[in-house]
Write a protein that binds this ligand. Structure first.
Ligand SMILES: Cc1cc2nc3c(=O)[nH]c(=O)nc-3n(C[C@H](O)[C@H](O)[C@H](O)COP(=O)(O)O)c2cc1C
Length: 174
């Protein structure tokens, strides 16, 4: 499968089955995140793997919508490690953490897809609830959760999946 086929096939999974993700596949997904590019290569990503029943119960208790996934990753960045750009006059000290975490998460999401593991990028949660539930270190900024797992027989793309703006609405040659 080419990358474009993979990118077109992927959709946000909201109907996970309970089938666990194999250890080797999880390792490969995490490896894709490890080798992802980050600002100045500082690699500030910090990833928490939610897989045990106890951890999943905690995640569910935060009311984040996880759609029954058997595995989720909390993708954070360490604000003491992240690259800051002092040269951007629009920001006092621009911090690349959200970009770094997103770069890592996107690599993991597409690697999962390649392995037949579906995913859902989640930001619709109150990060304070999650930080408190898992007692995350104060320096670790939670950016997103990546839900992972296999599709159930109800799985299908949501209607938004098919809705993308025309190229000229988002791209301008200047
Ligand atoms: C930054 C970001 C935040 C998102 N947060 C959520 C979320 O909290 N809950 C959810 O169900 N989907 C979430 N999504 C998934 C988007 O809704 C989805 O990617 C979009 O509607 C396009 O659909 P598709 O992924 O099926 O192509 C998020 C995606 C991104 C990139």
């Amino acid at each position: 499968m080419t990358f474009m086929e993979l990118a077109r096939n992927r959709y946000s999974e909201r109907y996970f089955s309970s089938r666990p993700v194999e250890e080797e596949k999880l390792a490969q997904i995490l490896e894709a995140g490890r080798i992802a590019p980050t600002g100045c290569n500082y690699q500030p990503q910090r990833i928490y793997v939610i897989r045990s029943r106890e951890a999943m119960e905690k995640a569910i208790s935060t009311k984040a919508s996880l759609y029954g996934c058997p595995l989720a990753l909390l993708v954070c960045y360490d604000k003491e490690t992240v690259w800051k750009n002092p040269g951007d006059r629009n920001y006092e000290a621009y911090n690349c953490g959200e970009q770094d975490a997103s770069s890592v998460a996107a690599s993991m999401m597409f690697e999962a897809e390649e392995l037949g593991v579906h995913s859902l990028w989640i930001r619709g949660f109150d990060s304070r609830d999650v930080i408190e539930a898992f007692d995350l270190p104060a320096a670790h900024v939670l950016v997103l959760m990546l839900a992972l797992g296999y599709p159930s027989d109800k799985s299908h793309p949501a209607h938004l999946h098919g809705k993308r703006k025309a190229m000229e609405e988002t791209v301008k040659f200047i």
